[in-house]
Design a protein. Structure first.
Length: 209
């Protein structure tokens, strides 16, 4: 195996799975949401395998108002010049990342994060993945896609609908929808937008493998 590509969610990875199937040197790993899940999953995987390169991929919330839905971004702080050049040639945009402990739900929350951190995008797993890779001397790069822009609110507070382990509690989700059936349209729109974002990410990753 030469490349391990980590995603928090199967929905983030779905379009890329089809591409990776034709490349025996590429493996995808669903690590779960948040730092603790990501670290646990990656450590377990690396106990039996030693990839030459790790990519931490998936969705990111836009903090910089210039970043658009489906824009693929990579972390300039973790990318060596050679991989940065390849990512830029594939259509990805250099960005500053912030790894948070919760999902940024509202445009106001994203604006405050942008001001406080100076970051362009926010996600929840990459810091843990980078720390494990650094410990094991494995090169690691963050490549993400904007799934919700700085200007928009998410239709539900997914932090409140999460279990203690950060994974979505479908019972809470069903209850939230039952209380606010008007949110169904917005949730369907979000699903469509995130599917588009995942496809854009897969198109860039395809050029790296």
């Amino acid at each position: 195996m030469s490349i391990l590509i980590c995603f928090a969610l199967k929905e983030e990875a779905a379009p890329f799975h089809k591409i990776a199937a034709g490349h025996p040197g590429v493996v995808t790993l669903i690590v779960g949401i948040g730092r603790q899940n990501a670290e646990k999953s990656l450590r377990s995987f690396l106990s039996n395998c030693s990839p030459e390169q790790v990519l931490t991929c998936g969705f990111a919330g836009g903090l910089n108002p210039d970043y658009q839905l489906g824009e693929v971004v990579f972390d300039t702080a973790t990318s060596k010049p050679q991989i940065s050049a390849r990512l830029a040639a594939a259509g990805a945009t250099p960005a500053k990342f912030f790894c948070a402990d919760r999902i940024a739900i509202t445009a106001m929350e994203k604006w405050k994060l942008c001001l406080d951190t100076g970051a362009d995008v926010v996600e929840m797993e990459s810091a843990a993945i980078h720390a494990v890779c650094a410990e094991k001397n494995i090169p690691c790069v963050t490549v993400r896609v904007v799934s919700d822009t700085a200007h928009e609110d998410l239709p539900l507070d997914f932090n409140a609908l999460a279990k203690p382990d950060k994974n979505l509690d479908f019972g809470k989700l069903a209850w939230a929808i039952a209380k606010s059936p008007g949110k169904i349209g917005a949730l369907m729109k979000l699903q469509k937008r995130t599917k588009f974002a995942a496809e854009q990410l897969a198109a860039v990753l395809k050029q790296l493998i």
